[in-house]
Write a protein that binds this ligand. Structure first.
Ligand code: TXA
Ligand code: MG
Length: 329
């Protein structure tokens, strides 16, 4: 199969719609990471997502819809706080889990009675979702366990020959996957941290819990238990306070002829002398936006990525540290 990367216009959207309707897969941009989309009403198409990514069959998918889509077709029991949250944050990088109506095929939610819904804000995503006007099941468009893609080229690098079309909407501005929020209880609960932080949710909803996996308990968000986001090179992770140890490690490895790079934000970089840097940028939003791009760059050019955590650990950094730990820890 030949994989095309096309800019988003009438021609490519027409092609995308044909592919989706016949049960195929389309790579498309969102403001977080690129998605690998299929018609959520077509069981064969949804199964193809799992096969193409090599995704474990008990890790449910998010359904993506355009901003005018009538959610009551898909889910039920939408609590008042969720209406407020949707008003405040959608379209945007927030996925909300509700009771499913059972309209999409059960493979999407791996048999759970809930359904995760996302309304992305990326203009290209909105155009694609409007054009097909179907609920689109989509995980991140990477091979399972690899780093999520934030450019059309990243999708191509993982899925060349496996899908027909990648819609190119440029580099994703957000850079880490959406916040996943359980909206089935009396209080919303963060299942996966992202750019919409727990504090932001609490400010609108009054309160917000955060889910922590308990050993032996049945997980509420099955995706949490899997290894994720790994670059295809060696990695090491140092805390901010250990940044000079990271520099020692870098010097030791470099002296042995290894291609080592330090991945860090600008504040840490100022202490790293003339070490080779994979730069995450200055503030927390830049760090989120650059993280996956630098991990993918690192695996191309380095034998080992030595990551140093930023000093700031709250807000958006909760989501960033979650990914950084899984990628490099
Ligand atoms: O930003 C994003 O969310 C990207 C873009 C493409 O939209 N998508 C994404 O999908 O990250 P994926 O498949 O890589 O991650 C989906 C996450 C997993 O952690 C999964 O367990 C959780 O959402 N999830 C999906 N359905 C769920 C449900 N019904 N209940 C609880 N968690 C669910
Ligand atoms: Mg993923």
């Amino acid at each position: 199969m030949k994989t095309q990367i096309l800019p988003i216009d009438e021609h490519s959207l027409g092609l995308a719609k044909d592919i989706i309707i016949k049960g195929g897969l389309v790579g498309f941009p969102t403001e977080t990471v690129y998605g690998l989309g299929a018609n959520a009403l077509n069981d064969g198409a949804v199964k193809l997502i799992y096969a193409t990514k090599g995704r474990p069959s008990d890790n449910p998918l998010i359904v993506h819809v355009h901003r005018d889509y009538d959610l009551s077709q898909l889910v039920t029991d939408i609590p008042d706080y969720a209406v407020l949250l949707a008003k405040a944050f959608l379209p945007g990088p927030l996925t909300m889990v509700y009771r499913s109506r059972g309209a999409v095929c059960p493979t999407v939610s791996c048999g759970l009675d809930t359904l995760a819904i996302r309304v992305p804000s990326h203009e290209g995503a909105q155009r694609f979702l409007k054009y097909v006007n179907l609920p689109i099941a989509a995980p991140s468009a990477n091979i399972s366990k690899h780093v999520s893609p934030v450019t059309a080229q990243h999708v191509f690098d993982d899925l060349d020959g496996k899908i027909e079309l990648i819609l190119d909407g440029g580099k994703c501005s957000g850079g880490i996957e959406s916040t996943v929020l359980d909206c089935t209880g009396p209080v919303p609960c963060v299942l996966r941290s992202g750019l919409v932080t727990r504090d932001m949710v609490a400010q609108v909803a009054g309160e917000c819990d955060e889910y922590h996996m308990v050993e032996g308990e049945r997980v509420r968000s099955p995706g949490m238990k899997y290894k994720h986001y790994s670059p295809r090179c060696r990695t090491a992770l140092f805390a901010f306070d250990d940044r000079f140890k990271a520099l020692e490690e870098y010097k030791w490895l470099t002296a042995r002829g290894e291609r080592a790079y330090i991945m860090c934000d600008d504040e840490v970089a100022r202490d790293m002398g003339d070490a080779k840097i994979l730069s995450l940028g200055g503030d927390e939003n830049a760090v989120a936006a650059n993280l996956y791009d630098r991990l993918r760059e690192g695996e191309r050019i380095a034998d080992i990525i030595i990551a140093v955590a930023p000093k700031k650990q709250d807000g958006v950094m909760v989501g960033v540290m979650n990914r950084l730990t899984k990628a490099c820890g």
